[in-house]
Design a protein around this ligand. Structure first.
Ligand code: HEM
Length: 236
């Protein structure tokens, strides 16, 4: 049977070859600009972090260019992530079921989600995704604010040497944690089979939605919002 789109009122059962809209083209573009800028920031930042990685500055046209471009990519990341934040913050609000989900993380990692209702009756995002979302939100604020303090080209006169030294330390630590959170995010997207297509083609299979985000799928099919205000949440 050919895959078909799901619409409110449709009967959907596990295994149905339906496809479900998850992200609009705008959200995907926003996401991939964010992803690209974070990768470029990490590479350009690492070249400034340790001399053994200096050779990577060639990718940006040499040391001077890397130094000049790095903060600007940070500005792009900040505004691009702000776009994602404004789109998704509501869907990442913590709910009671999320704390329960966290206590059963082992079952998720062992692919035993089916065995527990707390793990299947999940809205658009699970607790793990929400932790990544809020961690990224905080880290990007820390990175941009500490980055501005050490952006000598424009702001050198506004802060003291001591403040800059603290900012360099905070900036480096936040960057390391950000890279770790990013690795978790990408690993999870690959680990949970069928997730990548959400961000590449904007849609997922009905089976994927049933297995990992059943509450979201139910809301989508019935057209009734769940227990949170803000209505049904189809593709954002
Ligand atoms: C290049 C590597 C990346 C890959 C392969 C990737 C992949 C994905 C995928 C597949 C999804 C859809 C998950 C779902 O709908 O269940 C997603 C969602 C998302 N990604 Fe990424 N991503 C990457 C980088 C980033 C970066 C660098 C950020 C932010 C700094 C980011 C922020 C988000 C956000 C906010 C969502 C929506 C989920 C939520 O709000 O919790 N992604 N990503």
């Amino acid at each position: 049977m050919k895959a078909r789109d799901i619409a409110p009122g449709d009967q959907v059962h596990q295994g149905d070859p339906v496809s479900v809209d998850r992200y609009t083209p705008g959200a995907r573009l926003n996401h991939w600009i964010t992803a690209a800028s974070l990768v470029l920031l990490a590479v350009s930042g690492l070249t400034l972090f340790h001399p053994s990685l200096y050779f990577l500055t060639e990718l940006f046209g040499g040391g001077q260019w890397t130094r000049a471009i790095h903060p600007w990519i940070g500005v792009v990341l900040f505004f691009s992530f702000l776009g994602l934040f404004l789109r998704f913050w509501r869907l990442n609000l913590w709910e009671r079921n999320d704390s329960l989900w966290m206590t059963k993380l082992r079952d998720v990692l062992a692919n035993r989600e089916e065995s527990d209702e707390a793990l299947t009756e999940v809205g658009k995002y699970n607790a793990g995704q929400k932790v990544v979302f809020w961690s990224m939100s905080i880290l990007i604020i820390v990175l941009i604010s500490s980055g501005l303090v050490i952006w000598d080209q424009y702001f050198s006169g506004y802060t003291t040497l001591e403040q800059k030294q603290i900012a360099v330390l905070v900036h480096s630590l936040a960057a390391i944690v950000t890279i770790c959170v990013w690795i978790v995010h990408v690993y999870a997207a690959i680990w949970v089979r069928g997730t990548i297509s959400a961000m590449t083609r904007g849609r997922v299979t009905g089976g994927w939605a049933w297995r990992h985000h059943r509450k979201w799928l139910r809301e989508l099919v019935t057209g009734k919002p769940g227990d949170r205000k803000g209505g049904v949440t189809p593709a954002e």
